[in-house]
Design a binder for this molecule. Structure first.
Ligand code: CUA
Length: 188
């Protein structure tokens, strides 16, 4: 047979179109995977490490997240830990102080809905889920103040829910910190 029948020709056109579309979709998938790899490595995204639970009902009265224990603590070994609690629609404490160029471990949870936070343009970024302790360790490269907004929609007051983070020079931070005390700054 020298020429294709009309039915065969339209089938060939359809197959060519399918193949072209398969290449386009394949390219889009490859682009998205490449974006995930680049952003993950370039922004040093931190995957969740493990599961740690906490009792929401007794959070305020006993244990690690009582009000007097919130804020920045410097341990006997010099390790810096920030403890905070999120609730509709604020963070406690409202203003957080940390030293620059020092590993800082955050430990945080929520008392009601799912919240979350991100600190300025740093890689400090986590969800806060009631009943679970979110934790990560990061260092801040620049001194200065950053906003720390809630980034999980948590209700009508969501967009007004944020705290501030002050990154201090290591000397200034140490001058403020006293053994056993919890540091925070004044909310504005
Ligand atoms: Cu808390 Cu949005």
């Amino acid at each position: 047979m020298s020429a294709l029948q009309p039915g065969h020709r339209s089938e060939a056109v359809a197959i060519a179109a399918e193949r072209r579309w398969a290449w386009v979709v394949g390219a889009i998938v490859a682009l998205l995977v490449a974006m995930m790899i680049v952003t993950g490595l370039h922004w040093a995204a931190m995957p969740p490490s493990r599961v740690e639970t906490v009792d929401v009902k007794t959070l305020h009265v006993k244990g690690e997240f009582v009000e007097g224990n919130l804020g920045t603590a410097v341990g006997p070994d010099g390790k810096v830990t920030v403890r905070l609690v999120a609730q509709q629609y604020s963070f406690q404490p409202q203003c957080i102080v940390v030293p620059v160029d020092t590993p800082v471990t955050f430990r945080a949870t929520s008392t009601d809905a799912i919240h979350g936070f991100i600190i300025g343009t740093t890689n400090a970024n986590t969800m806060l889920v009631p009943g679970f302790v979110s934790t990560f360790t990061t260092s801040f490269r620049k001194t200065g103040e950053s906003l720390m907004p809630c980034h999980e929609y948590c209700g009508t007051g969501h967009e007004a829910m944020w705290a501030r983070v002050q990154v201090l020079a290591a000397d200034d931070f140490l001058a403020q910190s006293r053994a056993g005390e919890r540091l925070s700054c004044v909310a504005r």
